[in-house]
Write a protein that binds this ligand. Sequence first.
Ligand SMILES: NC(=O)c1ccc[n+]([C@@H]2O[C@H](COP(=O)([O-])OP(=O)(O)OC[C@H]3O[C@@H](n4cnc5c(N)ncnc54)[C@H](OP(=O)(O)O)[C@@H]3O)[C@@H](O)[C@H]2O)c1
Length: 397
Amino acid sequence: MPSAIVTGATGILGREITLELCSHPEQWDRIYTVSRSNTEDFGPRVKHAHLDLTGKPEDMARNLEGVQAEYVFFAAYLQKDSEDEATRVNGDMLASFLKALEINGVHTKIKRIILVCGAKNYGVHLGAVKIPMEETDPWMPEPPFPKNFYYRQQRILHEFCETHHTEWAVTYSTEVLGFARGNFMNLASAIGIYAAVSKELGDELVWPGSTEFYTAVTVFTDAKLHAQFCNWVALEPKAANEAFNITNGDADSWMNLWPRVAIYFGLRVPADQFSRPTPLASEKPLAPQPPLSLQADAAGLAGRTSQSFVRQRVDLQKWSQTKEVREAWKVMVEKDGLDAKALEKASWAFAGFAWGRDYSQIISMSKARKLGWTGYQDNWENLERTLGELRHSKVIP
Ligand SMILES: NC(=O)c1ccc[n+]([C@@H]2O[C@H](COP(=O)([O-])OP(=O)(O)OC[C@H]3O[C@@H](n4cnc5c(N)ncnc54)[C@H](OP(=O)(O)O)[C@@H]3O)[C@@H](O)[C@H]2O)c1
């Protein structure tokens, strides 16, 4: 039975990969987890290595002495403010880790390395994209598009696997709905805190994003489903040396989900929410040309792919710093015993961006389905379960 190394095992995606492998003792023997912190006891089959992936490969190799594995799941990630910095740091982390495996001779045993990437591969952070995004879509040229850290990571992975005759696989998830202890950098925390504070303030649940994105079409990836997918991708012979999109399976929209969020928190969505004054609104342009412009000529869209914008009707970063929100949060922390750091640490910038966009995003699941993947997750049940986990861990009341 094979063993596995999971990097980023305390993160939203890596934690679920670890739990998934643990739940299949008939498939996986020993599991080695790697991260700087260690927030959870995964049980006797899991051994943790405290490791800083930004360190020297030689130091990492020393920390990894005795670790042998046939499969590697690389889900470590360091968020950086600029694309250049994200590319340097996240590329270097992968390269140094692979070098450490080489130093220890572990590379001779490895059968497949699974790299966790995302839909930024298609430029969803830069503007309007082709619908649906498919794995065969060409990568964006850098320049004129900014550096893409997934491209650097995938090039490093391809080169390592080619040199060592090892297999690789890559996953592209979309907006992840999932939970990791002490990690507030996720969409569900932002949703939950925004709704709970709105309730504390006696407000209704006003959509903070753009008018366009409320009715646009979007997709989600459940962190648990992604973990099941990683298990499938690792062991499925036909998945070798391939990159795969992974979503819950159905498209959705916030006009469908937002009223359900309201009901979950005992609130209602105001019928006139889009005609109310917007004192905390903001607007930010994205890349001068959206990724869709690359396909404009072939798709007969020349001259029709203008710059995209992020328009927040309620700028969430500004909102989270207002006096009334901070005071309401203080009351809630005391009353409900919440984790005080959650308001400040929640990913307001990411949620504001995700909801403020003026374009749809769908990634195709055809490639994996054609190879036999049948996994599926209902979007609302995914969000509801994640909100439940946040409640249980006192991030929200
Ligand atoms: N979350 C999303 O919505 C989403 C969507 C699409 C794609 N993705 C992609 O999925 C991948 C994983 O993201 P995630 O959201 O799961 O990340 P995350 O929740 O922020 O977790 C990052 C993990 O990396 C570890 N890590 C960070 N710096 C490290 C270092 N220097 N040394 C060792 N470990 C380090 C962290 O552990 P320690 O801090 O304990 O070291 C943590 O376990 C990324 O490529 C991300 O872009 C995420």
